[in-house]
Write a protein of this length. Sequence first.
Length: 291
Amino acid sequence: MARTEVGSVMNRLLFTFALLLCVCSCRSYPEVGSEVMRLATGFNFTEGPAVAPNGDIYFSDIPNSRIHVWSAKKGVSTFRENSGRANGLIFDALGNLGICEGGNRRVTLTMTNGEETVLADRYDGKKFNSPNDLWVDLKGGVYFTDPRYGKKRDDMEQDGEDVYYLVPGGGKVMRVIDDLVRPNGIIGTLKGETLYVADHGAKKTYTYKVNDDGTLSNKTLFVADGSDGMALDSMGNLYVTTDVVGVYSPEGKFLRKIKVPERPSNVCFGKDGETLFITARKSLYAIRLDI
C-alpha cells in the first residue's frame, strides 16, 4: 500500500476514534426525556447523593464504609475509605461536605482543605442513634434525622428516633421533632421557610414551618407516602423514594413516577438543575428531566 493511502486510512481511523470519544462523552449525561441511565454499578448499598460546587456527584456506599465521587469526565473514584458507614451527604454554601456518619453515630464536616470536624455526636449527654440524612439552612444551621435501622438496638441511648437542629456556629443541638416513628429523608425549600421530613416508619411525609430560632411548628401531612431520601426541583416539586421515585407538586398532588431498575434510596439534582441523580442499591443512575 502506498504511503499516501496508509496516511489516508490512518486519518479515517483517527477521525472515527475521535467521533467515538465524542459519543461516549456525550453519554456522560442522559438526554432530556430519556429513561434512567446507569452511570456506575458494583457497590453494596448506595445512598446520600450530593452535588459538589464543581458539579461532581458524591455518594456513599454504606456497608463498604466508603464515599465515592462520580465525575462526567472521569467516572467514579473513591473520596474516602473508612467513612464511618456514612449515609446522607450535603455541601454547604462554602463547599464543605456535611456527612451523617451512621456507624460512628455523629455528624461531621469535611472542609475544602480536607480538615475534618465533628459537628455533633450526642444530645443531652447521650450518643445519637445513627444520623441518617441532613439539610443545611440559609443560616448555616443543620437539620438531621436520627433513626436506627437493623436489629441491633440494645446500645441506643436516646429515648426515641427523632430530628435535631444544630444551631449555627456549632455546639448547641436542639431536638425539634420527637413524635415520628422513624424519620429519614429531610430537605428544606429554597428560601428555607418550609422543611419536609419523611417518616419512613409510618410511611408518611410532613411539612413544617421553620421558625427564626430553628424550631419547627405547624406540622402538616404532605402525602400519605413515606420516603428514604428526597429532593426538590426548581418549581418546588418534591421527589420521594419508595419502590420508585414519586414526584409531587408543592400542593401534594401526585404528578408522575420514575421507574428505576433497582429500588431507589435517595435523589439529588445536579448543578444544571435538570439532571436527577438516583442512588439505588448497587448502582448510581441519572435521568434528564424537562424542568
